[in-house]
Write a protein that binds this ligand. Structure first.
Ligand code: HDD
Length: 736
């Protein structure tokens, strides 16, 4: 058949990406266009992909033909699209970025990535939930994975961490038990992505080394507002080795530029249904808007010789290293600046491994870490096959030269007759230290062979108390309610009764409040006294950005026909100028007409969403401009009132001008809240209003100041604080 079709062009995307990893990925990236033609997997162009090859005549359609390899290939490829999902951390979202060293750590490690401040190291980061399957919701109560792959010039280095600095178990041999217990129960596969069930609480009650970790998991850390607003931790204890051959023990910390913020629980629960993709969309939205998320990389180091100076074992992953004892030294910065091109080959096929370490970084004897380094290699075999490190997303940017050969899915072609070492040609010998070889630290080890651990591992409650004591009053209250929720979902009395008593090992007041809520026996005395100590940097409130900001916050502007367009336009422009995102929400997703416009087409603004299509849960703050007709309409709209009340209940900043004050009075008719009618801006429990509008200057950058002179300064300040906790502490939020 003569072809007049334009030749197929599969283009490499050469622009819009930078860095060594991006360059390396380019040959593997296609961007299909209109000039391309559909082909089979063996490259032959197809003329019809809608009809199978069959016998037809004028009256009837006959059987399909076995020779139709086009149809068979299409269905066959579809049948095999899925690979086993990760046994844990199945649901995730990834992005590319860069790591830059701010200060050399050459005094403690010879790792070039932590020595050379002139380098930019490409990274890929995958955030995840732990318990749920790949299709589960983002906002469930769970630990979040925070896995970073550094494509260094010396090979890949992976920090496979979490957003919580400790773990449930001390020895990797317990991991299958722990994961079985937290995952859906085997008889009915219920519940999905939740720890609120008998087996989890049964396991952690009997397995007291989990105590510290479940305190974190019941805290706000387990319901982050955004991946961009959580800390990351390597969790395990690693070893750093410097050029002199000296050894330091090390913990890694990632601290987000935007501060550490969380949802309130009711909001997280609702979002799980209303927008199960909230976190992955949030990550992409920020990067696509150029608001690149950033974290600093910090290290805590303990020189060899001082490892026994603490009342906890520094190799125990259920313990933090308190920052007043071992300060964090911030040495680098990571920025995520590119979304993935295609989810499956990148975010799904990325494969991390704790054993991926570069010279200067090494394993400690942390018994969790040692087992992990077996598990990650092993799991990639069943997910991706033996050549998983050849997949583009996993490939190092430096040369990979060895005699590992063949296996399913082998891509690389290595020329020449030699596939072994030593060989008569001296091909590919091992490297020397000067050539950058990975050298093992000659650690002296003595002891008896036993299935046991050292004595300090056996203390399980001190740091659980330390964590609780260090929280702010709202954070503490949230932990109590979280236990209340979780244990209420356990229907086996053995479980919630034992757990109610167990909490008295941590804190009597906590145990009594929870027991009363969940129907457990209320303990009358603490099973062990609370030592009363606190440690810095355990509360999220200690991570406020150095300069208050509203950057990347999603702000809903609610209007109806007859809205005050001057204020609307001014505030909207000011939101954008401050790096936040305005979304116009109205009763319909069409043009909404301003006051005095006579509904002339083109005089108004098209709403981004309608009040039924979105929910207040998807936004950080709400602004309502005045306009008597608009406010009259919104006051009669049950959904609009629900938006206000729900946002109020979720402690969100709410701003309004002009007649919006009337709407707020209707929505928040609560004893404690006063919304002033006077002409100056007023503030009450995070509700900021200005009755008489002077919108001059609304489109300029706004100074964020609580005591600021104008409406925007005060409203912006409330947004920068994330939530109005006083509303909750004074019991107002629960009244709406
Ligand atoms: Fe793990 C995945 C983090 C203990 C075995 N783990 C996985 C991921 C993260 C963590 C972030 C997802 C990586 C990705 O995005 O692909 N895991 C941790 C942390 C731990 C931890 C911080 C405690 C310090 N893990 C742990 C133990 C074992 C595993 C003790 C086994 C003995 N983890 C796995 C795994 C996974 C995994 C089964 C599933 C998918 C994968 O590895 O690639 O091998």
């Amino acid at each position: 058949m003569a072809s007049n079709i334009i030749p197929s062009t599969v283009k490499n995307i050469m622009s819009g990406e930078k860095g060594a990893k991006a360059t390396q990925l380019q040959p593997d990236i296609q961007e299909p266009g209109k000039d391309d033609r559909i082909t089979t997997d063996y490259g032959v162009r197809q003329s019809n992909t809608d009809d199978t090859l069959k016998i037809v005549n004028d009256q009837s359609t006959g059987p399909q033909l076995l020779e139709d390899s086009f149809a068979r290939e299409k269905i066959h490829r579809f049948d095999h699209e899925r690979i086993p999902e990760r046994v844990v951390h199945a649901r995730g979202a990834g992005a590319f970025g860069t790591f830059k060293l701010l200060e050399s750590a050459a005094d403690v490690t010879c790792a070039a990535v932590l020595n050379d401040t002139t380098r930019e190291t490409p990274v890929f980061v995958r955030f995840s939930t732990v318990q749920g399957s790949r299709g589960s919701a983002d906002t469930v109560r769970d630990v979040r994975g925070f896995a970073v792959k550094f494509y260094t010039q010396e090979g890949n280095w992976d920090i496979v961490g979490n957003n919580i600095p400790v773990f449930f178990i001390q020895d990797s041999i317990k991991f299958p038990d722990f994961v079985h217990a937290v995952k859906p129960e085997p008889h009915n596969e219920v519940p999905q992505a939740q720890s609120a069930h008998n087996n989890f609480w049964d396991f952690v009650n009997l397995h007291t080394e989990a105590t510290h970790m479940y305190m974190w998991a019941m805290s706000d850390r387990a319901i982050p507002r955004s991946y961009r607003m959580m800390q990351g931790f390597g969790v395990n204890t690693f070893v750093l080795i410097n050029a002199k051959g000296e050894r330091h023990f090390c913990k890694f910390h990632w601290t987000p530029e935007l501060g550490v913020h969380s949802f309130v629980w009711d909001e997280a629960l609702k979002l799980a249904g209303q927008d199960p993709d909230f976190h992955r969309k949030d990550l992409n939205e920020a990067i696509e808007n150029g608001a690149y998320p950033k974290w600093t990389l910090g290290i805590q180091v303990i020189p060899e010789g001082q490892e026994h100076d603490f009342d906890f074992d520094i190799l125990d992953a259920t313990k933090i290293w308190p920052e007043d004892l071992i300060p964090v030294r911030n040495i680098g910065e990571m920025e995520l600046n590119k979304v993935v091109d295609e989810y499956f080959p990148q975010t799904e096929q990325v494969a991390f491994c704790t054993a991926h370490m570069v010279p200067g970084i090494a394993h400690s004897n942390d018994p969790l870490l040692q087992g992990r380094s077996f598990s990650y290699f092993d799991t990639q075999l069943s997910r991706l096959g033996i050549n998983w490190q050849e997949l583009p997303i996993n490939r190092p940017v430096c040369p990979v030269m060895n005699f590992n050969r063949d296996g399913q899915g082998r891509h690389r072609i290595t020329k020449g007759p030699i596939n072994y070492y030593p060989n008569r040609h001296g091909i590919q010998p091992p490297a020397t230290a000067n050539e950058g070889a990975y050298l093992d630290y000659p650690e002296k080890v003595a002891g008896i062979k036993a299935r046991a651990k050292s004595p300090k591992f056996k203390e399980h409650f001190n740091q659980a108390q330390l964590f609780l004591n260090s929280l702010s009053p709202p954070e503490r209250a949230h932990i109590t309610s979280a236990f209340g929720f979780e244990l209420d979902h356990c229907d086996d009395p053995i479980v919630y009764e034992r757990m109610s008593l167990r909490l008295a090992d941590i804190d009597l007041e906590l145990a009594q409040s929870v027991a009363a809520m969940v129907g457990g026996p209320v303990p009358d005395k603490a099973s062990r006294p609370n030592h009363g100590k606190k440690a810095p940097k355990l509360s999220q409130t200690e991570f406020a950005p150095t300069k208050p900001t509203i950057a990347t916050r999603r702000i809903a502007i609610i209007i109806a026909d007859g809205y005050d367009s001057v204020t609307y336009n001014g505030v909207k422009a000011a939101i954008t100028a401050s790096g936040a995102l305005p979304f116009t929400i109205a009763p319909r997703r069409h043009e909404i007409f301003p006051a005095g416009s006579d509904n002339n087409p083109g005089s108004g603004v098209r709403a981004d969403h309608h009040l039924e299509g979105m929910r207040s849960t998807m936004f950080d703050a709400i602004f309502v401009p005045g306009g008597s007709k608009s406010i009259e309409t919104l006051s009669k709209n049950g959904r609009a009132l629900h938006w206000m009340r729900e946002a109020f209940g979720h402690l969100k900043p709410i701003g309004g001008t002009g007649e919006a004050v009337e709407l707020f009075k209707l929505a928040f008719a609560l004893p404690g809240i006063s919304i002033s009618q006077d002409t100056s801006a007023v503030e009450s429990y995070g509700v900021v209003t200005q009755n008489k509008v002077d919108s001059s200057g609304f489109s300029e950058m706004v100074q964020i100041a609580k005591e600021g002179a104008n409406f925007l300064e005060k409203f912006w300040f409330q947004i920068s604080q994330h939530r109005c906790w006083a509303r909750e502490l004074d019991g107002l939020s629960s009244q709406v």
